[in-house]
Design a protein around this ligand. Structure first.
Ligand code: SF4
Length: 338
């Protein structure tokens, strides 16, 4: 069954927080919300889905459980109508750790909310302070525990390249997300948008934005942790429509539409090299078996991975074949001659 999110963007709606990377300032203070447009968006999305799809109405954008309670309930009631009509399976939402408490979870439990995505960003307090997140790592931990204890599915969102962060802190954050029982993760390399405090920090020299190359390397390390712990990473990087790759909005940082693909490709190269390093003797030709749909990541952009493998191990030919039974990042190398 194919999982599909029907994304409904809930604007900032007067979020009182001041995260330095937030690009939603321009719409802060907007207090009205056109609920009829939401119904329209859901209908449009549903018209493109098949009856077999595992569809969730997903309230993304600001912090859903931080908006006015009446509006939150109104939106949940609207989404619930689609669940009860059998047109979607459940409801999904994203929010902040400090907007989770028993009262909120009671409300969410009374609707068909299945998945809660939590914007953790980092599990290091120095990073959270430097980003003016307004919550601590301990609050994040408590929120994760409460979400899991109440039987919701938890997705942990983290960022790469934030102020005061490092690859070690990002690996630690990924590990904590796994340890806290997340059912999935999203990784967002930091993009510096115009009009944000982060942009001012970058221009004053207080913050150095990460390059696309650094973002790939550091994201790869987080992906490795998720892979080792069998926590699926459901998305890397912002999606188009989130102002990414529109140069007029982006002042710096990881603004490459294929960061996720590049990071996964880098991780595959590590996995392949590990296996080749462990081999006693290498033939001139090898076959790499990979999971279904992963060939392009094994090969790399412009065949970069294959070229590196051939060069480093003096291999003449690498053939890549897909096998259904292999899971992501699991590969088999056949050392027999092709
Ligand atoms: S909590 Fe979300 S919407 Fe509010 S300032 Fe931070 S990033 Fe922006």
């Amino acid at each position: 069954m194919r999982h599909v999110n029907i994304p409904i963007f809930i604007p900032h709606l007067g979020c009182p927080n001041m995260c330095v990377f937030c690009n939603q300032r321009s719409i802060s203070g907007k207090l009205s919300f056109d609920i009829s447009a939401v119904e329209n968006d859901i209908e449009t999305a549903l018209s493109t889905l098949s009856a077999d799809d595992d569809a969730e109405i997903a309230f993304f954008g600001g912090s859903f459980t931080g908006i006015d309670t009446d509006l939150m309930i109104e939106l949940l009631t609207l989404a619930q109508k689609y669940v009860e009509a059998g047109r979607v399976r459940s409801i999904r939402l994203s929010t902040r750790p400090d907007y989770i408490d028993n009262g909120i979870l009671d409300i969410l439990s009374s609707f068909s909310v299945r998945t809660i995505e939590l914007g953790l960003q980092s599990m290091d307090d120095d990073v959270l302070v430097a980003c003016k997140r307004g919550h601590t790592a301990l609050q994040a931990e408590k929120a994760c525990r409460m979400i899991k204890d109440r039987g919701f599915s938890l997705i942990g969102q983290m960022m790469i390249g934030l102020p005061a962060s490092s690859v070690e802190k990002e690996i630690y954050t990924a590990k904590r997300i796994c340890e806290m029982g997340a059912d999935g993760a999203r990784v967002y390399p930091t993009v510096v948008f115009y009009g944000t405090e982060l942009c001012d920090m970058m221009h004053s020299g207080e913050y150095t934005a990460i390059s696309n190359e650094q973002a790939v390397e550091r994201t790869k390390e987080a992906l490795k942790v998720f892979a080792e712990n069998n926590v699926p990473c459901i998305r890397v990087g912002l999606q188009s429509g989130e102002n990414l790759s529109d140069e007029s909005h982006v002042a710096g940082g990881a603004n490459h539409s294929a960061i996720g693909e590049l990071a996964m490709s880098a991780l595959y190269l590590d996995v392949i090299c590990e296996k080749l390093d462990a081999a006693d003797k290498l033939p001139q030709n090898i076959i790499i078996y990979c999971p279904r749909g992963e060939t392009s990541k094994i090969v790399g952009q412009k065949r970069a991975n294959i070229q590196k493998i051939c060069q480093k191990y003096e291999i003449k030919r690498v053939k890549v074949l897909e096998k259904d039974e292999l899971l992501r990042y699991n590969i088999i190398i056949d050392f027999n001659l092709i």
